[in-house]
Design a protein around this ligand. Structure first.
Ligand code: PLP
Length: 449
């Protein structure tokens, strides 16, 4: 009988992260200062991040050693299983073999602790006492609170108002891990107060919450800022996913997969699985397809532009060259909260631009339908974000040729997203395709550089 899951031992945990910046065909455009539009240097980032993370952000070496202290904590749940989706295969009658990497087994229930643990470690090394961040659906906030409590740092989280109200259990997870949490826009920051003055019932957005967390970190000596996606060092920390998957596929005699799939919000879980496989494709040794899957309602890769834009709404972050819908794009309240971001990681954007990665967009009802099929065959209730990857894997599997190998990242479970399942199951979930004229209006605000 075929192996159902492929597990590695603690000591098989990758010892190094893979830095794809070393192998890109077109080098990354430099980040620019938000006011002067001149390239920024490490000193400009120093108020926000510890120096070691800034070094990783600009590093050109292909491999970076993972410190032992980080590996010790990752071993609480890593290496994660690679699972052959035999029951899903049978249900759809595919000729393909489908595998998924199960990142839902981490304490926070997603891939995000892979980077929160590393980031908190480097902050602690440099004497930082407190970290401020934003969270949308609450997954990043809970992952950072988890890492902060293990290392004994204080954690301040600005949670997008609409999720704060709709997702009380993510908030309680953060508090259980000793994090401090405020709904954003909040009265704690100048920016938050300004937004609330204009609109006391503002529901918030990820871009706004980033502005608040950055303002908090810049305003205090003991505090730095932390981001759960988008940046090069975040994607770097996630590469343990793909490095493990390569070993696991080897263990059961599979060669290079034909299709590698991940959902994309800021791009980190996709990058984590895909980049180690992309290394060979960039060097012309293999030619699998790579699919970055986004929601139709927040289509940065499929309908955005590849331009310099701010990472936040207020325009306080450096300008980075990426696919963007415009920094004041207001995504509708879809249920894959983690995919509601106006931009995309510069590294993922670069690889899409150079055609090493394909982008596809799906409607949320199609994704939920696939999520249910997955839950009813493989058992795991996926996060609404991950359901985008599942849907793409099913679409690919239905048209696959005999013996094709498809691998996707199950970025998290959906145990705290049952309200979204409730809506789907009761027929209240609607699709929303962001209208082109609204996208055009938001793109007008992209700064001219
Ligand atoms: C945050 C999150 C995402 C989206 O973020 P990426 O950086 O694109 O990975 C996807 N899935 C889950 C479960 C998440 O928590």
């Amino acid at each position: 009988m075929a192996d159902r899951k492929i597990v590695l031992r603690d000591n098989d945990l990758p010892q190094r992260w893979y830095n794809i910046a070393a192998d890109l065909k077109t080098s990354l455009a430099p980040p620019l200062h938000p006011a002067t539009h001149q390239p920024i240097g490490p000193a400009d980032l120093a108020p926000l991040f510890p120096m070691e993370l800034i070094k990783q952000e600009v590093c050109q070496d292909p491999w970076i050693e993972i410190p032992d202290e980080i590996m010790e904590i990752l071993k609480l749940w890593r290496p994660t299983p690679l699972v052959r989706a035999l029951s899903l295969e049978a249900a759809i009658g595919t000729k393909a073999r489908i595998y998924y990497k199960n990142e839902s087994v981490s304490p926070a229930g997603s891939h995000k602790p892979n980077t929160s643990v590393a980031q908190v470690y480097y902050n602690k090394q440099e004497g930082v006492k407190r970290i401020a961040t934003e969270t949308g659906a609450g997954q990043w906030g809970s992952a950072l609170a988890f890492a902060c409590t293990l290392f004994g740092l204080e954690c301040q989280i600005y949670m997008v108002r609409v999720s704060y109200d709709a997702k009380p259990y993510r908030k309680l997870m953060i508090q259980t891990w000793d994090g401090k949490i405020d709904p954003s826009p909040s009265t704690k920051t100048k920016y938050g107060r300004a937004v609330l003055e204009l609109d006391p019932h503002n529901q918030g957005s990820l871009g706004m919450a980033i502005s608040e967390a950055v303002e908090d970190a810049v305003g205090r000596d003991d505090t730095k800022y932390s981001l759960g996606s988008v940046l090069n060092h975040v994607l770097l920390h996630q590469t343990v996913i793909g490095l493990e998957a390569i070993e696991q596929l080897k263990m059961i005699g599979e060669k290079t997969p034909d299709v590698v799939i991940g959902c994309v919000g800021g791009g980190s879980n996709f990058a984590g699985l895909a980049f180690p496989f992309l290394k060979d494709k960039l060097q012309g040794k293999t030619n699998p397809r790579f699919l970055a899957v986004e929601p139709m309602s927040c289509p940065s890769l499929t309908k955005g532009v590849f331009e310099y834009d701010f990472g936040d709404t207020a325009g306080m972050t450096p300008l980075v060259k990426m696919y963007t819908l415009g920094h004041d794009f207001m995504p509708p309240g879809i249920h894959a909260g983690g995919l509601r971001y106006h931009g995309m990681a510069p590294l993922v954007s670069n690889l899409v631009k150079d055609k090493f990665v394909e982008a596809v967009a799906y409607h949320q009802t199609d994704c939920f339908k696939s999520a249910l099929l997955f839950a009813r065959t493989e058992g795991i209730i996926p996060a609404p974000e991950s359901s985008h990857a599942i849907n793409a894997a099913i679409v690919e599997a239905r048209k696959a040729k005999e013996g094709e190998v498809i691998i996707f990242n199950l970025s998290g479970h959906g145990h705290f997203d049952m309200a979204a399942y409730d809506k789907y199951l009761s027929g209240q979930l609607e699709d929303y395709e962001y209208p082109m004229d609204k996208i055009k209006a938001a793109l007008q605000k992209v700064p001219k550089v």
